[in-house]
Write a protein of this length. Sequence first.
Length: 149
Amino acid sequence: MNSNEKITKTDAREKISLLWVVVMFNMAFADIVGFVHPGSLEDIIAGNVGFELTQGLLLLFSILIEIPIAMIFLSRILNDTANRRLNIFAAILTAIFVIGGGSATLSYVFFASIEVLCMGLIAWYAWQLPKRASAHDLVQSENVVPSAR
């Protein structure tokens, strides 16, 4: 691998990690702005959210929110194959959570649109990470005859 390939791989990992940071800030501020909507905090405190808030459901939400948090770090340390697979899976799963778990308020739709766009970019950058060389590629590279100087 030459130095240009290392820079490209490093740049992709940094972009993916930073996009997860953007997703997290948008998720947090979507909730904060949502709490400001008149009556929303009172409804949450009273348990009027459209479904029963159980400990198990809150744990599930916590796990789903932990995925993007963990991906900020994991996208920088995982090998290319694991990075590609996990980032694509995490981006799809988190996008489903964002789309399915939100409200129809204009502020939420705005934040969710930014989040989904970022997750699309995450999946695209992850897809661009170098794929592991196959055995056929390795054999072909060993059989290359060096050119005469």
